[in-house]
Design a protein around this ligand. Structure first.
Ligand SMILES: Nc1nc2c(c(=O)[nH]1)N[C@H]1C(S)=C(S)[C@@H](COP(=O)(O)O)O[C@H]1N2
Ligand SMILES: [Mo]
Length: 229
């Protein structure tokens, strides 16, 4: 009995989601090889001065722990994930953003990006995590560091994160460029782009999802990488 539907879970499970106890691995591309000696975390864009943190500098930041639920756009959800890491707010205390900074593009290994409003990143539970349920993250789940944004679909929670770029305007990230929603609220089922230019990418959710996946596959082939998804 590892999967249950939203009926039984009432308000805690967003519409269209199915609960799982397993933790699926999902990403475009391959699991990157990361060397902590050369790893860095870059803070750039609309900031008063750019910052680059090394791994020891990042680990020295105040430790933050938070338990939250995962909601993946591919319809699985996983409850009660205990994360350990550094809160986004504590990273923000290291520098000053310019007043016009309203959005953040999160950068990860191999060119993966995802976009979020700055306001959302300042909420409780938003963090850069290095541990999950009492263990170090495994490479396939984002070791050494991943973003966790509990209130949005999980594609916003970039694995293998390497930096944050502050922007005045929203700029679509990786999955968003191929058709996932710019914001991605699971409670409103914001799975796919709904701006006018995107309507017609698929009649049903399944069509739309297939279209996105084939676009991603094609793009990855052009970049010379394969995808596990
Ligand atoms: N760097 C990177 N992070 C990523 C992705 C990716 O392709 N690359 N995929 C996202 C998607 S679509 C999902 S559902 C979650 C999956 O995280 P998991 O494999 O730990 O379950 O990672 C997100 N973070
Ligand atoms: Mo996903």
């Amino acid at each position: 009995m590892s999967e249950r539907t939203s009926r039984e879970w009432g308000d805690r499970l967003p519409p269209g989601q199915i609960l799982t106890e397993k933790w699926p691995v999902l990403h475009a591309g391959t699991v990157p090889h990361v060397d902590l000696d050369t790893w860095d975390f870059r803070i750039f864009g609309l900031v008063e001065e750019e910052r680059v943190l090394t791994w020891p500098e990042f680990l020295a930041l105040p430790k933050y722990e938070y338990t939250s639920d995962i909601h993946c756009v591919t319809t699985w959800s996983r409850f009660d994930n205990h994360w350990e890491g550094v809160s986004f707010r504590d990273v923000m205390n290291l520098f000053r953003v310019r007043p016009e900074a309203k959005y953040v593009l999160v950068h990860a290994e191999q060119g993966y990006t995802t976009n979020l409003p700055l306001e959302d990143l300042l909420q409780d539970g938003v963090m850069f995590a290095y541990r999950h349920d009492g263990r170090d993250l495994t490479p396939e789940h984002g070791w050494p560091l991943r973003l966790v944004v509990p209130h949005l679909y999980f594609w916003k929670s970039a694995k293998w994160v390497r930096g944050i770029e502050f922007l005045a305007e929203d700029r679509p990230g990786f999955w968003e460029q191929y058709g996932y929603h710019l914001y991605g609220d699971p409670w409103q089922e914001q799975r796919y782009r709904d701006d006018p230019e995107w309507l017609g990418a698929g009649r049903t959710t399944d069509d739309y999802y297939r279209t996105i996946r084939s676009r991603v596959r094609r793009a990855m082939q052009e970049r010379g990488t394969t995808t596990d998804r």
